[in-house]
Design a protein around this ligand. Structure first.
Ligand code: DAH
Length: 328
């Protein structure tokens, strides 16, 4: 570096004349390439004594840093000019559509559960979630389903042992909730339930939404109004429905709601409901003289199958994109 040459001035002059990326690369290697001017200077370092080495390396490193910065700035200006020119010459079509991105979609079951939660939340219902591994107390006993009651068989339960099972119904959350909350309450419980049952319309795992209200002035007409409006909302059209007298151990009176399927010209059962049995209220220390409850249980897959005319319940779980993509 005894040649006193002003490298920075030199490179600035060159960069001012530089018009392309190629020119820029040439300049870069002239200075910093394997045999570049600055690289040569670094190589000289080892021939110097300690003192001069120190001085010289500080100086040369400063110059290198400056050169790198100048090169970087020039690279950016070149890029900018190139983009400007492209626009000027109309070589960029900004109206061109972008690359297609394949977005996933919410599964039809999740989508429907969300719609249903939305409907009930407008009526003041709170959504709660409970355990899928349940005790027979919450799933059966506390719901007034006696040990030898035939409805236990109807449920075809998956048992882990004598007391622990995979819940067969989200109704189990009626008890869990009433134990914790004081009325008035309006609750819905969406979730998975399990039964040892398999056919075109039954799957060992399916989804239910349990709903219930406990309040001082609740009657069967309120329940009927909610159910009717829910079905109108769900199917998005006027559908023929009927209430049919039924039996569930935890409700009295109980009803099942059927919907008329215009394709098969048949009445199909879609959900169960009723007024909560006083014995169930007593189980959780709610005075049935003071409070009344109504409840309903909705089978999600069943409703979706009816709405979209899906014939096999397994279609939901096969992950067939042809089905899933229809519900974006
Ligand atoms: N838990 C019942 C089932 O899985 C459905 C049901 C019926 C729930 C009537 C209710 C009800 O809350 O009132 O078959």
């Amino acid at each position: 570096m005894n040649d006193n040459k002003n490298y920075i001035q030199d490179i600035i002059l060159k960069l001012n004349k530089c018009k392309s990326k190629n020119d820029l690369n040439m300049i870069r290697s002239q200075y910093l390439g394997v045999n570049g001017i600055i690289t040569q200077k670094f190589k000289k370092l080892k021939t110097l004594d300690v003192e001069s080495k120190k001085k010289f390396s500080i100086k040369i490193n400063k110059i290198k840093k400056k050169i790198l910065k100048l090169l970087f700035l020039k690279k950016n200006t070149l890029k900018e000019t190139m983009i400007k020119n492209l626009y000027k010459n109309n070589n960029i079509d900004i109206s061109l559509s972008s690359k297609e991105v394949n977005l996933g979609s919410v599964h039809i079951i999740t989508y429907s559960i969300n719609r249903i939660i939305n409907f009930f939340s407008k009526l003041g219902f709170e959504a709660l979630y409970g355990p899928e591994i349940e005790s027979d107390y919450y799933n059966f006993d506390a719901l007034n389903i006696k040990k030898n009651h035939p409805s236990r068989d109807n449920h075809d339960t998956f048992w882990f042992n004598k007391n622990i099972l995979l819940r067969t119904q989200t109704s189990s959350m009626q008890i869990r909730t009433m134990e914790k909350k004081t009325p008035p309450v309006r609750i819905i419980v969406p979730g998975k339930v399990y039964r040892n049952d398999s056919s075109l319309t039954h799957s060992p795992m399916f989804h239910q939404i349990e709903g219930f209200i406990i309040d001082k002035k609740i009657n069967f007409s309120n329940l009927k109004w909610i159910m009717k409006n829910f079905l109108l909302f769900f199917f998005k059209k006027k559908c023929k429905i009927r209430f049919r007298n039924s039996y569930f151990p935890f409700t009295t009176p109980s009803a099942e709601i059927d919907i008329f399927n215009e394709i098969s010209k048949k009445w199909l059962e879609v959900l169960g409901c009723g007024m909560i049995h006083p014995l169930v209220l007593k189980k959780v220390n709610i005075n049935p003289e003071k409070y009344i409850g109504c409840a309903f249980g909705i089978g999600i897959e069943r409703l979706i199958m009816l709405k979209y005319n899906i014939l096999n319940i397994r279609s939901f779980f096969k992950n067939d994109l042809r089905l899933l993509k229809q519900f974006k």
